[in-house]
Design a binder for this molecule. Structure first.
Ligand SMILES: Cc1cc2nc3c(=O)[nH]c(=O)nc-3n(C[C@H](O)[C@H](O)[C@H](O)COP(=O)(O)O)c2cc1C
Length: 296
């Protein structure tokens, strides 16, 4: 998830489930091939991270292939191609992401080019279709399979829906490759429902925000920590180490909002921390709010 599944957050997730398959933030093939500085920071040592899928987006098959090779060399375990992102910058202005649901021929060419460029599995992530009149996900799944994709992750909304409404998960029957369900999956019972509908697995997005133990909880391996303070502090320290204080502190505010949601006095806490730019003051706020003892 863009702005979320960066290396610090992935580290936190892996502390709960070491072999968890995690997909990176989406990375533009243009930035990757041009080796832009901000983009390089996102994929520097996948090899040390284990089971990680690097997600790329773009609309030019040979650039997507080159980007995939760079990520394979950086140690990605698989390449995921974004064919579902609805934001205008990606989908309408660049003809990438969700736009590829409108151009299955180009989608097939991109998958083919990427599959031929790398030796690791290639998956796609897509949606039910562009809008209610074009729910042609099944065609795109078959095109993905014909061009060598190993599996498809299917977000149960159309591009027109964005992230609104409740995700729908159509019954899966007779597809040549596995389909992973995505959209509104929050708990073990949801995963069971998806398996019952013919999906081969489930992918979780927003349910992990402020709840990085959710995967461990679903797998029956761990529960919510009694006190989130040490976890929050560890996450902040990882962010500071990775981005530097000036960038990390504003970026961490959204995580603080998610971690503190539902806890008494959290709205006052959020108002206070949203003004803070200094590391020591922020850490003191965290220590006081969660009443924790942690190494600063
Ligand atoms: C802030 C945000 C960033 C996202 N970034 C990405 C992304 O980079 N790549 C992607 O395939 N999906 C991205 N998504 C979509 C999610 O992966 C997921 O498909 C969607 O949120 C539905 O699943 P959920 O209900 O489990 O969150 C993003 C969603 C949000 C809310």
């Amino acid at each position: 998830m863009a702005g979320i599944s960066d290396r610090p957050f992935r580290t936190i997730l892996r502390d709960f489930v070491p072999d968890l398959p995690i997909v990176t933030e989406m990375i533009s093939c243009h930035s990757l091939v041009g080796r832009h500085k901000n983009c390089l920071r996102n994929f520097d040592n996948y090899a040390a991270e284990g089971n990680i899928g690097a997600q790329i987006f773009g609309a030019v098959p040979n650039l997507m292939a080159d980007a995939a090779k760079i990520l394979q060399d950086a140690g990605a375990a698989w390449i995921d191609i974004n064919m579902g992102c609805p934001v205008p910058k990606v989908a309408t202005r660049s003809g990438a992401g969700a736009f590829l649901m409108c151009d299955h021929k180009l989608a097939g060419q991109i998958i083919n080019a990427v599959v031929r460029a790398v030796q690791i599995p290639v998956s796609i992530k897509t949606r039910l279709g562009w809008d209610d009149q074009h729910r042609d996900w099944a065609d795109l799944v078959r095109i993905a399979a014909d061009n060598g994709a190993a599996w498809v992750a299917l977000h149960g909304r159309t591009r027109a829906q964005g992230y609104a409404g409740i995700a729908e998960h159509p019954e899966i029957k007779d597809f040549p490759i596995p389909i992973i369900a995505n959209g509104d999956i929050k708990a073990a019972a949801d995963v069971e429902t998806m398996l019952g509908r013919g999906y081969s697995g489930a992918m979780i997005g927003r349910a992990m925000l402020g709840r990085p133990w959710v995967f461990a909880e679903i797998l029956g391996k761990a529960a919510r920590p009694a006190n989130l303070g040490p976890l929050v502090m560890q996450h902040l320290n990882l962010m500071i180490e990775y981005y530097g204080v000036r960038t990390a502190i504003p970026m961490f505010r959204k995580h603080l909002a998610w971690y503190s949601a539902g806890i008494p006095n959290s709205s006052d806490f959020r108002i206070r921390v949203n003004q803070i730019t200094d590391e020591k003051t922020l850490k003191n706020e965290i220590l006081q709010f969660w009443g924790c003892v942690a190494q600063i």
